[in-house]
Design a protein around this ligand. Sequence first.
Ligand SMILES: Nc1ncnc2c1ncn2[C@@H]1O[C@H](COP(=O)(O)OP(=O)(O)OP(=O)(O)O)[C@@H](O)[C@H]1O
Length: 351
Amino acid sequence: MADDSSRKRKVRGRKIRSDRSRKESRQAKKKLARKSSNGTSSSSAQSGDGPLSAPEAVAPDPFIETDAVASLRSRITGWLEAEKPVHLIGPTGCGKTALALSAAAERGRPVVWINGDESVDTAALVGANAGGERYKETDQFVGGVSKKTEVVRERWVDNPLSVAVREGATLVYNEFSRSDPSAHNVLLSVFEEGVLERPGKRGEDRTIDVHPEFRAIFTSNDVEYAGVHRQQDALLDRFVGVHIDYYDEETEREIVKSHVDLSDEDIAAIVAKTRTLRDELDLVVGTRAAITAAKGLAVFDGQRNGDGDGEPDEFDDELLTDVFMDVLAPKIAGEGPEDVSQLRTQIAESV
Ligand SMILES: Nc1ncnc2c1ncn2[C@@H]1O[C@H](COP(=O)(O)OP(=O)(O)OP(=O)(O)O)[C@@H](O)[C@H]1O
């Protein structure tokens, strides 16, 4: 009988749909949102019979597709068609992940997702032995004489890269520069020779031939320094890099509107404020900050500057300052009270 403990498998990453029904997509999104809000990353362990049982990561639904978005996405899918791995580089919260997931889904192939972090090593990418499986065999070959044999068999569990290269999936490797570069040595032979080496495997199983439809999109942050590793030039040299910046104002409005139920005027005011703060502050103020501010303002909606002129009331200045302060404060966490009050003054002045 198999030893029960050997059934516990450690699997990283998530398998993502190729393109099923919208209902499945919404359910997967909800599941993913629940997971993320628990702080669980794709690198978390899970159990199950295969490596593909994790919740799916999907592009935002609806995915806003203005000219700016569509043009970037077709550049990405174009390079994928040209069989080049694409490296998306841009500031925090500008939409890299959403774009990568949307471009990946557009290919109509399965999508496999992994988040880079310090704990990602080669095994986390390609797979590992997940403990032994023990069997006891009893042979009663001569009457009254029995032979007992204990068989131990190794159990291997594939991780995202092995799954992706075998299935011809699109690998979305988010924030890959947060992982140790040595974990990525296996990628060199994937892109150069079309072969994935699986250290820890023996014989024929040691390598997987890369499926002709396998493609990869990597994202990294251009302004992040903490916890980021410089990756090997040999690897970066095999990518094409697409630099992305914050979208134009109209696109940002559409994006915020797709996430928060507020009037067009309110959305326009929040996006304008976000863009002013982006220019004026020495902090990264992404589209995500605009969405978060809008979500807060939708809740604190009661506090408007009611001037009774019959026009729709605007948000109260103090409320705007408070909300943007709360949204941006985590970026100066650990700084002294002077920096906190300076940030508040700067936000208030720009309001
Ligand atoms: N085209 C889009 N349609 C709808 N929502 C979008 C779109 N692009 C970005 N967003 C939303 O904007 C926010 C930021 O996007 P995203 O997480 O992709 O940014 P990022 O650059 O990957 O951020 P980080 O650097 O922090 O990983 C998310 O809430 C995302 O859902």
